[in-house]
Design a protein around this ligand. Structure first.
Ligand code: SF4
Length: 625
């Protein structure tokens, strides 16, 4: 097996490049620990795969992005499915980009068998390209493929950014599998963390096209792998993987599949809607919304249009999970179709498709922009801001009472689209260049704190912000060093906050095991346990790998600058969660009752103590010594 990780360093200002080799385990094992080291030293943007890329292990071809995030402002990790498979043909494990091209450019990487990697940095008239054809991020992918595709003997892959990467700090990176010379529609996003903004604003790179025919030495012995799995699970690798990925393919228990299907089928009273205002409703109202708007309509449409006819694809690697649930050109995941769905007062697939596609075309981090849209909709509805102040014409229908599912959802989606247009076209009006938290702070100074109080976000250092994952649970608002992805515990049970902090830390380390080996977390049902064993069998380095994971988690946490909840809505989200556990779920835990009592006596003080208890649990668990 490969005993080195090869990093291609690229200076975007000069196109100068060099390759450095790092011995596996001395001390780095993969894209996260190595990326942390390089980002700390060079402030680089690092894009790379894990050691198992190109192997027979399903889910091993994820492409990881890391560096200091423009929106979170701390070290951050984001990843996209399948894009590591073609990357492996470059014969390097990672590219590390420093400095900035003088004009927006396309980075071209190609490598044929026996040759060096060819590196070119070619200018592109980005604003013009974004206006053409499919517009935005899709137009740039088309353009890049037309201009450079013919130079590849195998299908290459393209990473592209959209206009959101110029105008905000949370632009994403998109890619689609290319098959037989055609771009597909199954978008794969490195959405969180603003790596599109980083790529374009800090490095002057608008797109990267890469591929080649270089053959690397990858583990492909199925007989040996099957024996490892039989020893552990009494099943071969393929059978265990099929079992572990049920939720993402089709779950017979719920007669649906994928994150969108299974989550919306099961959320019931836990679902949040109308910019989290549902947390103030009673349980029956929440259940009514779930029954009438979701089960009988939003989810029903999805099941009929996507699940029943099996409209599903992979991210580009052979994978039985086929988690990309499609309806025509629209790919559907839970979180984007939640934030630019129920959270924004949208309960109809046509309306959600329209808004999601517009956000995707601009190249936004869908979860963050959905959180911003739903927040601004509430500000319009409550009259905190006028339509004129946000460059739109109408006020949303933002209550479940007398809500017409099809027409009111479309009305709200059209306002959402107008808000996105304002962000892109009227940056002096809706200025997100330095993020939504700073924008909220400015609005609140001018017009009152009720504006900031309606915005739910995690805060980091002075300006860092992140719209949380879409679960009504304190885990998603934890003071972890990286928030907005699953580096925390998001289960819906009550845990005393100190225990929650410890559990977050434990979850963080388990997710790092996956990420540092370049694995897709949808395979975590076996991968978390088996990866250390595989490392032992292939390199004899299990103990060292696990020690490195703990150290990496501690080092990332060493920079943890999480800030106590600034918005009242964050605090209400915690309090109503606790109260619901007691009154709806019937949880009689004395610790739970104690916290509810504290919140009812003094909400701010209780919230501060709750936050610090989580913080303590995190810090006591992520000590290096
Ligand atoms: S589960 Fe989905 S994202 Fe993960 S490897 Fe399979 S198809 Fe790709």
């Amino acid at each position: 097996m490969e005993s080195h990780q090869k990093v291609l360093f690229i200076d975007a200002a000069t196109a100068y490049y060099r390759i450095n080799r790092f011995i596996v385990g001395e001390p780095f094992f993969g894209p996260i620990d190595l990326g942390l080291h390089l980002a700390g030293r060079y402030r680089s943007l690092n894009i790379g795969t894990g050691l198992l890329a190109g192997s027979i292990f399903p889910g091993a071809n994820r492409l990881f992005f890391n560096g200091f995030s423009p929106c979170w402002t701390g070290f951050y990790v984001s990843s996209m499915g399948g894009a590591g498979l073609v990357f492996d043909n470059l014969g390097v494990n990672m590219i590390s980009i420093v400095n900035r091209a003088s004009v927006p450019s396309i980075l071209y990487l190609n490598r044929n068998r026996g040759e060096e990697v060819e590196v070119r940095i070619e200018p592109v008239r980005i604003q013009k390209v974004w206006q053409e054809g499919r517009r935005g991020i899709y137009a740039l992918m088309d353009y890049t493929f037309e201009r450079f595709g013919e130079y590849y003997s195998n299908d290459p892959r393209i990473l592209a950014v959209g206009p959101a990467s110029v105008i905000t700090d949370f632009g994403a990176v998109d890619s689609v599998p290319i098959s037989k010379g055609k771009l597909g529609f199954a978008d794969t996003w490195a959405g969180r963390g603003g790596f599109g903004s980083k790529l374009l604003q800090e490095h002057g790179i608008a797109a990267i096209i890469y591929g080649g025919t270089f053959i690397t030495e990858d583990f492909r012995d199925r007989k040996v792998a099957d024996q490892w799995f039989i020893d552990k699970y009494q099943k071969k690798l393929a059978a265990k993987d099929l079992e572990a990925t049920t939720k993402y393919r089709f779950d017979p228990g719920f007669q649906t599949g994928g994150t969108l299907g299974v989550n919306f089928a099961t959320l019931a009273g836990n679902m949040v809607s109308f910019n989290y205002r549902s947390i103030f409703m009673n349980e029956q109202e929440r259940l009514d919304i779930h029954d009438k708007f979701i089960l009988d309509h939003y989810l029903k449409q999805f099941n009929e249009e996507t699940i029943v006819p099996k409209k599903q694809k992979t991210c580009g690697e052979p994978c039985v999970a086929v988690c990309k649930k499609m309806h025509g050109k629209y790919k559907k995941d839970y979180e984007p179709y939640q934030v630019m769905g129920p959270l924004s007062g949208i309960f109809d697939q046509r309306a959600a498709e329209k808004l999601n596609h517009h956000a995707d075309m601009y190249g936004f981090d869908a979860i963050s922009v959905g959180g911003v849209v739903s927040w601004l909709m509430e500000c319009l509805y409550e009259g905190y801001l006028t339509p004129k102040e946000l460059g739109v014409k109408q006020i949303p229908v933002f209550s479940h009472k007398d809500f017409n599912i099809a027409t009111d959802s479309m009305h709200n989606a059209d306002i959402g689209i107008a808000l996105l247009d304002s962000i892109i076209e009227k940056p002096n009006m809706v200025n997100l260049k330095e993020g939504a938290r700073k924008f909220a702070r400015q609005l609140s100074k001018d017009k009152g704190k009720q504006i900031l109080n309606a915005f739910v976000y995690n805060a980091y250092a002075r300006n860092g912000w992140m719209v949380p994952n879409q679960y009504w649970t304190p885990g998603v608002l934890s003071p972890m060093p990286i928030m907005g992805k699953y580096y925390m515990y998001y289960g819906k049970d009550f845990l005393p906050p100190r225990d929650l902090g410890r559990k977050n830390a434990d979850r963080f380390k388990k997710e790092l095991i996956l990420d540092n080996l370049g694995m897709c977390r949808f395979h975590r049902g076996w991968a978390e346990e088996m990866i250390p064993e595989i490392l032992e069998s292939l390199y004899g380095l299990k103990k060292k790998f696990l020690k490195t994971i703990s150290e990496t988690a501690s080092r990332i946490n060493g920079r943890n600058s999480s800030v106590f909840w600034e918005s009242d809505r964050n605090i209400d989200l915690i309090y109503t969660f606790l109260k619901r556990k007691q009154t709806v779920d019937g949880n009689n835990d004395a610790e739970l009752a104690k916290w509810i009592g504290r919140f009812e006596a003094n909400k701010k003080e209780a919230a501060l103590n709750f936050w610090y208890e989580i913080h303590k649990g995190i810090h006591e668990s992520l000590k290096e010594y």
